[in-house]
Design a protein around this ligand. Structure first.
Ligand SMILES: *Cc1c(COP(=O)(O)O)cnc(C)c1O
Length: 536
């Protein structure tokens, strides 16, 4: 494989293991799986990230039902010290970044930059992942981007392609441009050459989710890195939008599902001089996420229902140990876990109480929720406390698991019967938890958003509802989708589960068969190499 381009993959977060707290959510899980998939295929790719001292919030539920955040310092003995240190300038102060390395999780080399060392007066920069927004975030992005490129140079690691996974890494390009200008190129030449070596992945299709910073703040923080105000404005606009910058700094970009690439191209069509956004649908690292017992049963013609029930009972016990709620393994169990954000509508299933109440009161439908709100997002926290209130109201039907992490993610996506997803289409970029579920024989019941339109054969390998309906009138959309959810859930899913077990089991097998290769990291990495990393 030595003829393949050497790739440096930049990301703010990596989900490699539940207890290695370098991740917050889906972006990190994707990056972690990318690193593991690259290892499986022996691809020449390394990761660049930050070594978070406290990681993302631990979010638990207080007695009064409100979520509260706490942070703890973590030490990781398994990290290897590369002996490399690089210096970036933040507010004109030199900040030394120590470079750690890990391959401890069956992943390709991941290099993590750390500012929490005695050389620095300000050691907080790599403290909390997404803990802040303004100057602190810019400081983190300087370390990731500019520090990351310097670390690769200091290690003598040759790079053909820089992959910016999300806009957080865009400042790396200021260093790539600066290097070229210092060897005599004009800004134009340096920008053009840099564009030839950068590829970019855009994620959130929600405008406000795409970070931007006032130019004067970036300048004050030191993010210009030698470039002028005018040059920075040409790259990222005013204010400087990290996604716009990514699109103008790359030779090609991608969205993370077919529908998402379409949405992203529409969303950014006004941006002059940007790269084309092609689709490369996300995928999962199957050894991490698929239960071996299910794989064995599926591949060897074993009893997939028996394997499922064994795994489901483990989930029921796990829930009991965590919450004291005793669910019934014989009854339908729906899993729903994702970040608490309004567009994900975790309360859609409660929207018509007169319809759903009898099911939840009797426990004929049991639903397990998990998910964190961003620590500074009061709306998200309200969503969490509403779910906790539902758990008190319907003790047989609703459970909320606090402090969502990879352990909970893995338990729910292998032990539930149904994986429910009902975002406001087209606001879900991809959604990898549904892939984890599908490959474990956990049937997706989902709006046609993110990856699901590519996989869904309605009534055969799972269910869709909502028929792809879209409108920006959210009241209308929510009413439409709520009716559709109840229709599918109560008239198709529930009867199949309780009255037609054979049909259910054949759907489980179809779910596994139709997804296990298409949505595995091998396919995704092959796409990245052939469509993005290798020049066409
Ligand atoms: C899989 C996973 C995600 C990503 O799931 P989505 O479908 O994008 O919501 C996020 N967090 C954790 C802990 C996961 O395991």
């Amino acid at each position: 494989m030595s003829n393949l381009p050497s790739v440096a993959y930049f990301c703010m977060e990596y989900g490699l293991h539940s207890d290695f707290k370098m991740y917050a959510g889906g972006l990190g899980i994707l990056a972690g799986d990318h690193m593991k998939g690259a290892k499986d295929l022996e691809l020449p790719l390394v990761g660049i990230g930050l070594k978070w001292k406290q990681g993302y919030t631990d979010q638990r539920i207080a007695e009064n039902g409100q979520p509260y955040d706490s942070y703890h310092n973590y030490n990781y003995d398994f990290l290897e010290d590369t002996g490399v240190k690089v210096t970036v300038h933040i507010r004109n102060v030199p900040i030394v970044c120590q470079v750690w390395k890990t391959e401890a999780f069956g992943n390709n080399p991941l290099y993590l930059l750390d500012t929490d060392i005695p050389e620095n007066g300000e050691r907080w920069i790599t403290g909390q992942l997404y803990g802040w927004f303004g100057e602190e975030r810019i400081a983190q992005e300087i370390v990731l981007g500019i520090g990351g490129v310097k670390a690769l140079r200091a290690m003598g690691h040759a790079v053909d392609v820089y992959h910016f996974n999300e806009g957080h890494a865009a400042l790396a390009a200021t260093e790539l441009i600066r290097e070229k200008m210092s060897s005599g190129l004009t800004f134009e030449e340096a920008w053009n050459q840099t564009r030839e070596e950068v590829v970019f992945t855009t994620h959130t299709p929600i405008k406000e989710g795409n970070e931007s910073h006032p130019l004067d703040k970036l300048e004050y923080m030191g993010a210009f890195n030698g470039l002028t105000l005018d040059q920075m404005k040409r790259i990222g606009g005013d204010p400087f939008n990290m996604t716009v910058a990514g699109l103008r700094l790359s030779r090609i970009a991608n969205g993370v599902a077919v529908l998402h690439a379409e949405t992203a191209n529409k969303m950014w069509k006004e941006v002059a001089g940007r790269s084309e956004i092609i689709p490369i649908t996300n995928a999962i690292h199957t050894p991490t996420w698929v239960d071996e017992r299910m794989t064995q049963a599926y591949e060897n013609g074993g009893d997939v229902w028996a394997a499922h029930m064994e795994i489901k009972r483990e989930l029921v016990d796990f829930i009991f140990n965590r919450t004291g709620s005793q669910l019934d393994a014989e009854k339908l169990l729906i899993g729903f876990s994702r970040r608490a954000a309004p567009y994900k509508r975790s309360d859609l299933i409660f929207s018509q109480p007169e319809v759903i109440e009898p099911y939840l009161e009797s426990g004929k439908i049991q639903i397990v929720f998990s998910g964190k709100a961003h620590p500074l997002d009061d709306t998200g926290k309200q969503i969490v406390s509403n779910l906790v209130a539902m758990m008190k109201k319907y003790p047989k039907g609703v459970v909320f698991l606090e402090n969502y992490d990879m352990t909970i993610g893995a338990m729910l996506t292998r032990g539930s019967d149904i994986w429910l997803n009902n975002p406001r289409r087209p606001l879900e970029a991809s959604g990898t938890s549904g892939m984890k579920a599908a490959m474990n024989g956990v049937l997706n019941c989902s709006i046609l958003d993110g990856w699901w339109p590519e996989a869904c054969i309605d009534g055969v390998n799972g269910w869709q509802f909502g028929d792809g309906f879209e409108t920006t009138d959210f009241e209308k959309l929510d009413q439409h989708d709520s009716d559709a959810l109840y229709d599918t859930l109560l008239n198709r899913v529930v009867p199949t589960y309780y009255e037609n077990r054979d049909q259910w089991v054949s759907m489980m097998k179809e779910s596994i068969r139709t997804t296990r290769e298409e949505f595995a990291t091998k396919r995704m990495l092959n796409d990245y190499y052939t469509k993005m990393y290798q020049k066409g």
